[in-house]
Design a protein around this ligand. Structure first.
Ligand code: PGA
Length: 249
């Protein structure tokens, strides 16, 4: 299965910094064609700029970091799936742990977001992952399965159209990565859960996220159930992101 390397810029960037970063990426990709799919999930205000910087290249798709669970109307500050699709967004992160934590998104919201994205023709990247205290309490699998179950319940047979990102919260932005064994073990759990929901589970891409970088990407991406990466900090430097792309074969 073709891997996906998705950058998550989070709330970083500026017109000038974005341009430098994209130019660096395009220059690097001009030298060697990537063997994986690539996406950049950028702040909504920069979607148009990034689309236009990428206009001559079809190697990189643009994604959003969130999508409203509402269709349209009186939801000040929200951006709908239809709006994102209209401007060419191909992927939307749904339920990133930072939004679950700071914006009180729960499993139900996340499932509805994924459904809205799909209905608009956008591929949802549904993020799941346990906190450190949940892992220490040996609740990691229970939590992650609960998070995915809510999406399976709502989407039914359309579950095979999503991407899942396993991001242990304790590994995000901390420099502390899950070991390849820890990541593979959880990915296998997620794969098995998907297998009981769809016969196409083997075609669903499962991304790992949490301090993935140029040094650890190859080993993580070599695991049988890791089909790509969701990359935060290391997606902000073109050399680092290009090295991760090169590691995704
Ligand atoms: P990180 O972030 O790579 O900086 O740990 C990953 C993410 O939050 O998606």
């Amino acid at each position: 299965m073709k891997k996906l390397i998705a950058g998550n810029w989070k709330m970083n960037g500026s017109l000038a910094a974005n341009e430098t970063l994209i130019q660096g990426l395009l220059a690097g990709l001009a030298n060697s064609a990537p063997s994986c799919d690539i996406a950049l999930c950028v702040p909504s205000v920069y979607i148009a700029q990034v689309q236009s910087l990428l206009a001559d290249s079809n190697a990189i798709a643009v994604g959003s970091q969130n999508v409203s669970q509402h269709e349209n109307g009186a939801y000040t500050g929200d951006v709908s799936a239809e709006m994102l699709a209209e401007v060419g967004v191909r992927y939307s992160l749904c339920g990133h742990s930072e939004r679950r934590q700071h914006q009180a998104e729960n499993d139900t919201h996340v499932a509805i977001k994924a459904q809205r994205a799909l209905m608009a023709g956008i591929t949802p990247i549904v993020c799941v992952g346990e906190t450190l205290s949940e892992r220490e309490a040996e609740m990691a699998e229970v939590v992650v399965k609960r998070q995915l179950a809510a999406v399976i319940r709502l989407l039914g047979s359309s579950i095979d159209k999503i991407i899942v990102a396993y991001e242990p919260v304790w590994a995000i932005g901390t420099g502390r990565t899950a070991t390849p064994e820890q990541a593979q073990q959880m990915h296998a759990v997620l794969r098995a859960q998907l297998q009981s929901a769809t016969e196409n589970a083997d075609k669903i891409r499962l991304l790992y996220g949490g301090s993935m970088n140029a040094g650890n990407a190859a080993e993580l991406l070599a695991q049988p159930d890791i089909n790509g990466g969701l990359v935060g900090g290391a997606s902000l430097k073109s050399a680092d992101f290009l090295a991760i792309i090169a590691a995704a074969r």
